[in-house]
Structure formats: C-alpha cells, structure tokens
Write a protein that binds this ligand. Structure first.
Ligand SMILES: Nc1ncnc2c1ncn2[C@@H]1O[C@H](COP(=O)(O)OP(=O)(O)OP(=O)(O)O)[C@@H](O)[C@H]1O
Length: 258
C-alpha cells in the first residue's frame, strides 16, 4: 500500500512559464501540492489564476517547464480532476436541466454519441443529493439562484469521481451563508480529496484551507493557511497593514478603489 511518502503529488509544477501570444502571464512558477491538500490561490484580477488552473487541467500547455498531475501529463489523467469553472462561464439561457448538467460529469473522455448508463444516472443522482439539489433535477439551470447553480456545478464535478477538485471563484456570486456552507462541505470532501480553490475573498478562506499561494505572474507559496504581509506585498504590490488575526479585507478594498 502506498504511504504518503511515496504517493505521487496531486499536482507538481516545475519552472513553469506561460505566455498568450508572446504576452507573459506566468513566470517561473514552482509548486508542489500533496494529495489531500486544501490550497487557496489568491491574487489580483488578471494575475494568471485561471490560466494556472487551465494548465493544471491540461487545457493549456506550458510555454516552458512542466506540470504533472498524480505524476502524469495532465491530459492523461483528465478523469482524476473535477473542475468547477467560474459561474460567469455558464450560459444561463441554455435549455438544460440540473440533472443533465450533473450527468455531463460522467462524459469524461467519452466521445460524441455516448449514452448514459443506469450507473451514470445513479451517480449523478447521488452527487445531486450530496449538494441538496436532487429535488431540482428537472429544473432548467437558468432558473436557479447563483448558489444553487454553484452546487449543481460541484455535483457535475463530483459525478466523475475525481481525486482532485479544482474550483475557480466558487463564492463569487453567492451570499455569506452559502459561502460558509460551501466551505464546510469542501472541508468534508477534503478528507479524501485534494482541493484547489481560486478566490478573491480571503475572509472565508483562512479557517478552512491548509495552505495559500499568492499569484501575480510569479507564485508565492506558503505551506500554512496564514497569509503573510510579504505575500500580500508580493502579489498586490502594496504594503498591507495586516491586522491581528484578521484578513486585510478592508485594506484590499481601499487599495482596489484607488
Ligand atoms: N485566451 C486568452 N488570450 C489572451 N490573453 C488572455 C487569455 N486569457 C487570459 N488572458 C490574459 O492573461 C492574463 C491572466 O488572465 P487570467 O484569467 O488567468 O487571470 P485571473 O487571475 O484569473 O483574473 P481574474 O481574477 O480577473 O479572474 C490577463 O491579462 C488576461 O487578459
């Protein structure tokens, strides 16, 4: 049986740089994410967070350096990763039901024309029950609240039975109550699953995550849930008066307003 010492890292990134058409977005990024880690990636708008996630997923290829997921090329382990994209990437007018969205998580590498089996339907139902959305199974996704839609997207990611869950801004369009509920849920999943969450909102993160990475073209990784003033300065290019055990939330807001 594999011991933690010899099990592969969930995600390993070495000397990674990435450019879009010559425009450098990520520079010399190194990070090693152990299995069952709960990592938050924070950073300002346009700092490359979504780009980094897409490199983890194999949707983008590094310009330089390597990305390994469970020791392999990301494209070879697609079914190991559940991805919850930003809510804004969802076309809310598309006439598709909650159950259909959850079932899409079963497609994995399956080609066009794949027919869902009874096992697929059972798994989709279980995933929707886990996020308390089974009662909405027949409802079009366009007629859900932001928080409900987020739950369905999580269910879709879980139906693939991934060992790594990657979420891009899961709390962007939901209220405080759902944020807490979501992180409690993620904390339970984290017993058996690696979780990577991109977020702007640090106030909800600190009590749930195990480590934090601050990104602004370069990545600054801290192997603890604490967000240090150095990380803030590095990523946000502003000195932050880090208030005792508080997140510099107010300070950020002031900073972003100017
Ligand atoms: N497909 C693309 N083609 C060209 N440039 C892109 C593309 N996608 C993103 N970019 C640029 O790359 C940079 C990083 O974008 P990315 O979406 O990774 O940032 P982010 O940190 O996720 O931002 P946000 O917090 O606003 O979601 C930005 O300057 C963005 O304009």
């Amino acid at each position: 049986m594999a011991t933690p010492a010899d099990e592969p890292k969930a995600i390993e990134v070495r000397d990674l740089s990435f450019s879009y058409n010559g425009h450098l977005v990520l520079r010399d990024v190194n990070i090693s994410i152990a299995q069952r880690e709960f990592l938050a990636v924070i950073g300002p708008n346009g700092s490359g967070k979504t780009t980094l996630l897409k490199l983890f997923l194999g949707i983008l290829k590094p310009s330089m350096g390597i990305v390994r997921v469970l020791g392999k090329e990301p494209s070879r382990v697609v079914s190991e990763i559940g991805y919850v994209p930003q809510d804004t990437s969802i076309n809310k007018d598309f006439p598709i039901s909650v159950l259909d969205v959850a079932l899409m998580g079963r497609l994995g590498g399956a080609g066009h024309g794949y027919r869902y089996s009874a096992a697929d339907r059972r798994t989709a139902r279980e995933a929707l029950e886990r996020v308390h959305m089974w009662e909405y199974a027949e409802r079009p996704i366009g007629r859900l609240s932001g928080g409900q839609r987020q739950r369905v997207l999580i269910a879709r990611a879980l139906t693939g039975n991934p060992s790594i869950l990657i979420m891009d801004e899961p709390t962007a369009s939901v209220d405080k109550e759902f944020q807490t509920e979501l992180f409690e849920f993620l904390k339970k999943l984290n017993d058996s699953m690696t979780i990577v969450v991109v977020s702007h909102d640090m106030s909800v993160l600190s009590s749930y995550v195990k480590s934090v990475a601050c990104l602004n073209q370069r990545l600054f990784f801290h192997d603890a849930a604490e967000i240090t003033p150095e990380m803030i300065e590095m990523a946000y290019h502003c000195p932050v008066d880090l208030i005792a055990h508080g997140m510099p939330h107010r300070v950020f807001r002031d900073h972003e307003d100017h």
